[in-house]
Design a protein around this ligand. Structure first.
Ligand code: C2E
Ligand code: MG
Ligand code: MG
Length: 596
């Protein structure tokens, strides 16, 4: 039957689905025409020059037309081979046609006793054989690859695409920037059904349901373009495209829930199933396919919590607190256990582009090697009481690194490390800093601790005491993200601050109007009155730099002059500075190297 379908050009459901994936991986159509054009031009040239006694003049040397005919005809042959390799069947037909069409003129020439074309005939015959062999081989290996791919992307029980297929599909849509939604559907109480009627009948129920939902998707009864998949056992997912509004999307999701209202009959027993459904949309909820899937999953869990007999929930950020945070927390714990936290260094410069120092920024990769942003893991680590361990790891490894640089290059670069409130307020914090200085050999005045204004809310007295102790050690203090938090000037007078770091949100807004620029100017002026140096964070554009120069900023930190970089790249920058070629540093690429 499958053979007949293929002969009649009918595609099976699965073939249609996987066609979408493969479409993206085909060679571009313009290449097909370029190869044909090169071939035609080449053949015209060969035909004209093979009989000509003309010459080209190259660098004063005469080169006969005939001597380059061979090279051009090789290029033509290569074009035909490329057509078959890249464009398979259409390429094969075009190549065969091109080769066969050359034979009549060659044969006519032989009839007219022009035997110089004999090598051409042999080459054409040889090429015909080569092209047929290549085509046959490609066809075979393509079919094999296709079969393997289909198997890897298909759920054996329901014959629907599986979780991998969902990942591939979402990746493709994200790349194309096409809006879509992912819904995760979990059948309620399915374990009970399995134990009541047995695993085999349970499987039969899943197959019936998969067919019913697939029919819904195939017939377009949901009003949207849907891609249904099985995740595992009683969990399904649908990727929904081409919806005009949130209402239409909601209706499409509801039609899957409604389809469950009709009973399923197995061994003459009637079953009515229900599902908890959660969904999230691209690009609104996340711009990353896997994260979006996690969000849809969180929404499904929320739906289950809300009503065990079937409920639909759209993702919203409050749902992250539970499931996503738990997931991030377990990633943090695993990374700490395996000692895989590492750091990047982002350079800070004075306004003449002379290196002032670096801020150490914690970095973490998940088990797939993908970077997790500190904006995501630091708040979770703070809540879970793990942030001091991350701070400690960064402190020890970054001070060791800059200490080494001091020994090697006698650099006076300052190292800034972030200290979370929780960490700062711990009893042993000052001792930890003292130990880090001692073991790294880094001079105290080259270490700067960045704290945020929120320490003043949590425990003012303890914070002031700790900061005084740090100052006694000779360590500098910077107020990070200044202007975003507590923003009371009174506390600034109560302890020995050295640096104010103006938050990047103010730098970003500077261009929105004179008032925003004056706001930054006021922060800088206040800082100077209090004898602090001011660092502007997040400087990305030359205009921002010019404005900051004009209003008297002391230092800048931002992508314009330096992204966070690996310690290896930071070492090169220090070497350049200390060898006197500083002030014109090349923009280092962001490169993440595990330095743990
Ligand atoms: P932060 O301490 O204010 O660090 C500056 C952040 O701004 C860094 O983000 C840096 O990559 C980013 N940045 C710098 N220049 C630019 C720019 O020109 N454009 C843009 N768009 N961004 C820029 P990152 O590395 O993602 O860190 C985010 C936050 O996570 C940090 O903000 C800090 O609060 C926290 N963090 C990072 N490492 C640590 C750590 O070791 N301990 C603690 N407690 N917090 C950390
Ligand atoms: Mg910072
Ligand atoms: Mg900051």
């Amino acid at each position: 039957m499958e053979k007949w379908n293929r002969l009649l050009g009918r595609r099976s459901r699965r073939e249609k689905i996987f066609e979408e994936f493969n479409a993206a991986k085909k060679a571009p159509i313009w290449g097909f025409f370029v190869l044909i054009a090169v071939y035609i031009v080449g053949i015209i040239f060969v035909n004209k020059t093979s009989a000509s006694d003309g010459v080209f003049i190259l660098s004063g040397q005469a080169i006969s037309h005939r001597s380059i005919t061979g090279a051009i005809s090789s290029v033509c042959n290569l074009c035909l081979v490329m057509l078959v390799v890249l464009y398979k069947r259409p390429g094969f037909y075009v190549s065969i046609l091109a080769l066969l069409s050359a034979f009549p003129s060659l044969i006519i020439r032989i009839i007219h006793h022009n035997f110089t074309v004999l090598p051409g005939i042999f080459t054409n015959i040889l090429l015909l054989i080569v092209i047929c062999v290549i085509f046959r081989y490609i066809n075979k290996s393509d079919r094999f690859q296709q079969r393997m791919r289909d198997q890897a992307l298909t759920d054996r029980l329901t014959d629907l695409p599986n979780r991998f297929a969902v990942s591939e599909m979402t990746e493709g849509l994200v790349q194309k920037k096409e809006p879509f939604a992912i819904a995760v559907m979990n059948l309620n109480y399915f374990k009970n059904i399995n134990s009541a009627i047995g695993q085999q009948s349970g499987d039969e129920a899943l197959i019936q349901l998969a067919n019913r939902w697939q029919k819904l998707a195939d017939e377009g009864a949901t009003g949207t373009n849907d891609f249904l998949a099985t995740l595992n056992g009683n969990e399904f997912s649908v990727i929904i495209r081409d919806y005009a509004s949130e209402e239409q999307l909601r209706k499409s999701v509801e039609s899957y829930a409604d389809a469950l209202k009709e009973k399923i009959v197995i061994d003459n027993c009637d079953f009515v199933l229900s599902a908890s459904i959660g969904y999230a949309t691209f690009p609104e909820d996340s711009k990353d396919g896997e994260t979006l899937f996690d969000y849809a999953y969180s929404a499904m869990i929320q739906a289950k919590k809300t009503d065990h007999s079937g409920c639909i929930c759209r993702f919203d950020e409050s749902m992250l607190d539970d499931s996503h945070a738990m997931e991030v927390e377990s990633k943090i714990r695993r990374t700490l256990e395996e000692d895989r936290f590492f750091f990047n260094l982002q350079p800070q410069f004075d306004m003449n582009h002379k290196l002032r120092g670096f801020e150490a920024l914690a970095r973490m990769k998940d088990e797939n090697g993908k970077l997790v942003s500190p904006g995501e893991f630091i708040p979770v680590a703070e809540k879970a009481g793990l942030v001091d361990q991350i701070d400690h790891k960064v402190l020890i490894s970054a001070t060791a690194f800059i200490g080494e640089m001091v020994q090697k290059y006698h650099t006076d670069a300052v190292l800034s490390v972030n200290a979370s409130v929780r960490h700062l307020l711990q009893t042993g914090f000052v001792d930890e800093i003292r130990d880090a200085l001692y073991s790294s050999g880094l001079p105290a005045e080259q270490l700067e601790i960045e704290i945020t204004e929120s320490v003043m809310i949590d425990s003012v007295e303890k914070a002031i005491d700790c900061i005084h102790q740090l100052a006694e050690l000779g360590v500098r203090i910077a107020i990070d993200d200044f202007g975003t938090g507590y923003s009371s000037l009174s506390y600034l007078t109560s302890f020995p601050v050295d640096v104010l770091k103006v938050d990047q949100s103010f730098i970003l807004k500077m261009h929105s109007g004179e008032a925003s620029k004056q706001y930054v100017a006021a922060i800088i002026a206040i800082g100077h009155v209090m004898n602090f140096r001011v660092v502007a964070e997040g400087v990305e554009e030359t205009d921002q730099l010019d404005d900051l120069r004009e209003i008297g900023c002391d230092y800048i930190q931002g992508f314009l002059w330096g992204k966070p970089m690996s310690p290896e790249d930071a070492a090169k920058l220090i070497e350049q500075e200390t060898s006197g070629s500083g002030g014109n540093n090349p923009q280092p690429e962001q490169q993440i190297v595990n330095h743990s």
